[in-house]
Design a protein around this ligand. Structure first.
Ligand SMILES: Cc1cc2nc3c(=O)[nH]c(=O)nc-3n(C[C@H](O)[C@H](O)[C@H](O)COP(=O)(O)OP(=O)(O)OC[C@H]3O[C@@H](n4cnc5c(N)ncnc54)[C@H](O)[C@@H]3O)c2cc1C
Length: 355
């Protein structure tokens, strides 16, 4: 008889896979079964494959202040030890890992990427976060620059009471820059106007970012401590974010873990206040001693056999924001570049362009 206890993990996205991997690594006492309702590994951090192309369903950067998390990533995908093709073309100097893999020869390698984000607005490219430099003012034109300057001064002198994210942004950037760069973008991304979002959300999201800090940040020497929102480099698996999760899934299987694809958890049965079994949509009942869930809270609560009525009511009303990714396959990019400094050897070095 198998003396091992069974842990069922719902979801083969980053959370579920990491739970499975760590459990198998730390203890031999568990039989680990991951249930994934789709046929894909990586959840919303996966990389879709179309022919020879790999397309992220959401551009992901890997950056963590936790050394434990960084160690875990490095364990699965070592940092590049040599420059990649574009590092050479863009003449980028980076701190490569001594003895690390050569990305031009190996696939299992984490690349160190420079963050270049720009906003395409008024048919011009603006730096993101906004940089106070000549190009920004040329892009905005004299009148807008004038208005933005006055509105910033006004906001700096007459501070608003911060009741919403809108107040938070206006206090830091002024009304004109807020309307240009934050208002529509926030509403588009989160489906809620900034005037209806709490200011704490902004403090947590943009970590004290302000026009003054953005300026000071530009002046900081290389290597100095920076605001999280302004971090200029990040890690990125050579074949997209999904590669890391595919590697982790292979490691889980190699350690004896099971990943059942196309298996949706629909019912969670409890006994004496603890999880007793998970039932899949196929009707199969999997008895278990522990459950790790990464499914949406609404579905998790709905799947439990016994839930207090107020909890069920709150959970069923939780809103979720969906998104659609459109992948365009083009032979080559013909972006007319307006900031020549940013184009070296005809490569547009952007990692993101916000529209
Ligand atoms: C556009 C975009 C950009 C992002 N950029 C970044 C970034 O730059 N850096 C960063 O760190 N994060 C980024 N994120 C966030 C990151 O993708 C998520 O934090 C991460 O994927 C969450 O992992 P998860 O495992 O909790 O959930 P998910 O990735 O959602 O995975 C959950 C998995 O569970 C499965 N599942 C759900 N219900 C069931 C069920 N009942 N039965 C079986 N399986 C089920 C789903 O199919 C899915 O595979 C970004 C997200 C998006 C959308």
């Amino acid at each position: 008889m198998d003396a091992k206890k069974t842990a069922v993990i719902v979801g083969a996205g980053p959370a579920g896979l990491t739970a499975a991997f760590e459990l198998l690594k730390r203890s031999g006492a568990w039989r680990v079964i991951v249930l994934e309702e789709t046929q894909e590994i990586g959840g919303i951090a996966r990389t879709a494959v179309h022919g020879k192309c790999r397309i992220d369903i959401g551009g992901h950067r890997f950056f963590s202040k936790s050394q434990e998390v960084n160690r875990l990533w490095a364990e699965l995908m070592p940092l590049q030890g040599k420059p990649a093709w574009d590092d050479i073309r863009l003449a980028r100097n980076k701190d490569f890992a001594e003895g690390g893999p050569d990305p031009e020869k190996e696939d299992r390698v984490m690349l160190l990427r420079d963050r270049v984000s720009r906003i395409f607005y008024l048919r011009h490219f603006f730096d993101y976060p906004i940089a106070l430099k000549l190009q920004t003012f040329l892009n905005m034109g004299l009148w807008r620059t004038w208005c933005a300057g006055w509105s910033y001064l006004r906001a700096a002198i007459f501070k608003r009471e911060e009741k919403s994210l809108e107040d938070f942004y206006i206090n830091r950037f002024g009304k004109v820059l807020y309307a240009m760069f934050f208002e529509d973008y926030t509403e588009k991304l989160w489906g809620v106007h900034p005037s209806k979002i709490s200011p704490e959300w902004g403090a947590q999201r943009v970590k004290g970012l302000s026009l003054i800090k953005a300026v000071l940040n530009v002046l900081k020497p290389k290597g100095a401590k920076r605001e999280t929102s302004l971090i200029e480099s990040f890690l990125y698996p050579k074949k997209g974010p999904g590669q890391l999760w595919e590697i982790m899934a292979d490691e889980i299987r190699a350690r004896g873990g099971e990943i059942r694809m196309g298996t949706q958890a629909v019912r969670l049965e409890t006994k004496d206040g603890a999880i007793a079994s998970v039932t899949a949509a196929s009707g199969e009942r999997i008895p278990c001693d522990a459950l790790f869930s990464s499914m949406p809270i609404r579905d998790l609560v709905a799947a439990f056999d016994k839930v207090p009525a107020p909890v069920a009511e709150v959970a069923s009303a939780l809103p979720y924001r969906d998104f659609i990714t459109v992948g365009l396959l083009v032979d080559r990019l013909a972006i007319r570049n307006q900031t020549p400094i940013r184009t070296l050897n005809n490569i547009v070095p952007d990692t993101w362009i916000y529209i």
